[in-house]
Write a protein that binds this ligand. Structure first.
Ligand code: SF4
Length: 437
C-alpha cells in the first residue's frame, strides 16, 4: 500500500528581497491548499536559491546536500535563480526531487500535485485555516517574522551590466499591475504593517511598458492614500530612474522614507564603462548632490564591487576617494565574482583573490568611517524610528533615513513609530546609534 506523503513543508530562502517576497507567495499558495509549515520532519523542503555570486551558489549547494542527507525521505523542491542556473547548466543537484522554473513559483502547489499527486495525503485545507487567510492569490497577505513588509512591484532586467547574471535568470523587465499592488498593500497595511518596502529587480523600470507609461512616482502617489500605511521605502533604484519627478515626490510630504539605495558599483569611470553601467563617477556624484540640495536630511546607501577585471590600484583609489567624499549611511561591499555566461567572466586581467580581499577590507573601513561621519551629524537631533525587535536591554529599529537605532527601555515598542533623540554614535558599532526619548 502506498504510504501517503503528509502536507507539511518548510522553506529555505537565499538572496534578495524579491526572492523573500516570492517565498511568501509560495508559502501562502501551499498553506491555502492544506499544507502546514513545520520544522519537524517536513515532507516537502522548498529551497528558493540565489546565484548572484559564487558564494551564493556555494551556500545553496551545501544546504541542498545537507538537507538531502538529513532528510532522506523528504521531497526537495528547488526554485529561484540558482535553480534557473542549474537548469541552464543541465545539472540536477543531489537529492532534488523537482525543479520549479523561476517564473512558475506561484504554481508550486500545482507542480507538487503533478509530481506527487497520487501519493499526497488528502487536502483538508478548510479545516486548517480561517477564511480571511486566503489572500489575493496574485499577492501576499502576510509577511511573517517581519515588521516591514516587502512588496514586489517589478521583475526582470535588460541592463546587462557585464558582471551580472540576473537578466539571464529572470528575463526582461515586466511590471505588476497598479491595482494588484494597491490591493496587496492595502491588505498588508490593514494587517498592521506600518512600513512597506517596494522591491524589484530593476525597481525604477516599473510601469514603463504600460500603454499609459507610468513611473514609480505615480505608484508612490497612489500608495500614499492607504490609511494604515505610515512609511514607504524604495529598496534599491538605479541612478537613471531617480529623475526630477521622483525627486519632487520626496518633497510632496508623501509617506516616502528619506533614504535612497542607489548602486554605485565603482567610483572609477573606466571601470564603470567596462561594467556597462550607464553613468560616470562624476555623474553619480552630481546626481547625489542634486538630490541632497532638494531633499533635507536625505540618506544614501549603496553597493560597491571591488576587484572587477582590470581594476588597478589607481582605479580602486578613485573608488576609495569617492567614498571618503560622500557620506554614505551604509555601503554593501562585494568582491567581483565571475558568473559563467556573463561578459565580465570572460574578460582578461582577472584580479587576484588576495588583492580583492585586501580592497574589500580597505573599503569596508572607509565605509565605516563614512557612516560614522553621517551619523555624527545626527547627534542631539530627532529621528523617527519604527521599532522592530528587542536585543538585550534595547529596542531596535530603523529611522526613515535608514539609520539603525537602539533605545534602552523596558517599554514594549514592537511595531511602533516613535521620535527619539540621538545621544551617542560609535565608529565600532556602525550598525547602531544609541538614542533616548
Ligand atoms: S541593473 Fe545591472 S546589476 Fe542590476 S539586475 Fe540589472 S543587470 Fe543586474
Amino acid at each position: 500500500m502506498n504510504v501517503k506523503i503528509k502536507r507539511t513543508c518548510a522553506f529555505f530562502t537565499f538572496g534578495c528581497k524579491v526572492n523573500q517576497y516570492e517565498t511568501q507567495l509560495m508559502r501562502e499558495e501551499l498553506l491555502a491548499n492544506g499544507f502546514v509549515e513545520t520544522e519537524k520532519r517536513p515532507a516537502f523542503l522548498i529551497v528558493n536559491g540565489c546565484t548572484v555570486t559564487s558564494r551564493a551558489d556555494k551556500k545553496c549547494g551545501s544546504l541542498l546536500k545537507n538537507l538531502s542527507r538529513k532528510n532522506p525521505k523528504a521531497k526537495i523542491i528547488l526554485t529561484g535563480c540558482y535553480a534557473q542556473n542549474t537548469k541552464a547548466l543541465k545539472i540536477k543537484p543531489e537529492g532534488v526531487s523537482c525543479i520549479i522554473p523561476q517564473d512558475q513559483k506561484t504554481l508550486v502547489y500545482r507542480m507538487i500535485e503533478r509530481e506527487f499527486g497520487e501519493i499526497l495525503e488528502d487536502n483538508n485545507a478548510a479545516a486548517h485555516l480561517p477564511h480571511e487567510f486566503y489572500g489575493p492569490q496574485n499577492g501576499i497577505s502576510e509577511f511573517p517574522s517581519h515588521n516591514r513588509a516587502f512588496v514586489k512591484i517589478q521583475d526582470g532586467c535588460d541592463n546587462f551590466c557585464s558582471y551580472c547574471i540576473v537578466p539571464y535568470m529572470r528575463g526582461g523587465p515586466r511590471s505588476r499591475e497598479l491595482k494588484e499592488i494597491l490591493s496587496e498593500a492595502e491588505l498588508l497595511s490593514k494587517k498592521g504593517f506600518k512600513e512597506i518596502v517596494l522591491c524589484g529587480i530593476n525597481l525604477g523600470a516599473w510601469g514603463r511598458e504600460f500603454k499609459e507609461a507610468l513611473e514609480i512616482g505615480d505608484l508612490i502617489k497612489e500608495l500614499n492614500f492607504l490609511p494604515g500605511l505610515k512609511r514607504l521605502r524604495l529598496s534599491s533604484i538605479e541612478l537613471k530612474h531617480v529623475n526630477d519627478s521622483l525627486i519632487d515626490k520626496f518633497s510632496e510630504d508623501l509617506k516616502l522614507c528619506r533614504h535612497l539605495h542607489i548602486p554605485l558599483q565603482s567610483g572609477d569611470s573606466f571601470i564603470l564603462k567596462k561594467m556597462n553601467r550607464d553613468y560616470s563617477a562624476q555623474e553619480y556624484l552630481d546626481k547625489l548632490n542634486l538630490i541632497s540640495s532638494k531633499i533635507k536630511d536625505i540618506s544614501f546607501t549603496t553597493d560597491i564591487m571591488v576587484g572587477f577585471p582590470g581594476e588597478t590600484d589607481e582605479n580602486f583609489n578613485n573608488t576609495l576617494e569617492l567614498v571618503k567624499n560622500t557620506g554614505f549611511t551604509r555601503i554593501h561591499v562585494f568582491t567581483f565574482s565571475p558568473r559563467d555566461g556573463t561578459p565580465a567572466a570572460r574578460m582578461d586581467s582577472q584580479v587576484d583573490e588576495r588583492i580583492k580581499k585586501y580592497r574589500m577590507l580597505t573599503l569596508e573601513d572607509a565605509a565605516a568611517q563614512s557612516s560614522f561621519t553621517f551619523r555624527k551629524k545626527l547627534l542631539n537631533k530627532k529621528l523617527s524610528v519604527l521599532f522592530e525587535k528587542r536585543e538585550n536591554d534595547y529596542w531596535c529599529g530603523y529611522s526613515d533615513t535608514y539609520v539603525y537605532v537602539k533605545v534602552r527601555t523596558n517599554t514594549g515598542l514592537s511595531n511602533t513609530i516613535k521620535k527619539v533623540n540621538v545621544s551617542s554614535v560609535s565608529i565600532t558599532d556602525t550598525m547602531a546609534t544609541v538614542c533616548e526619548f
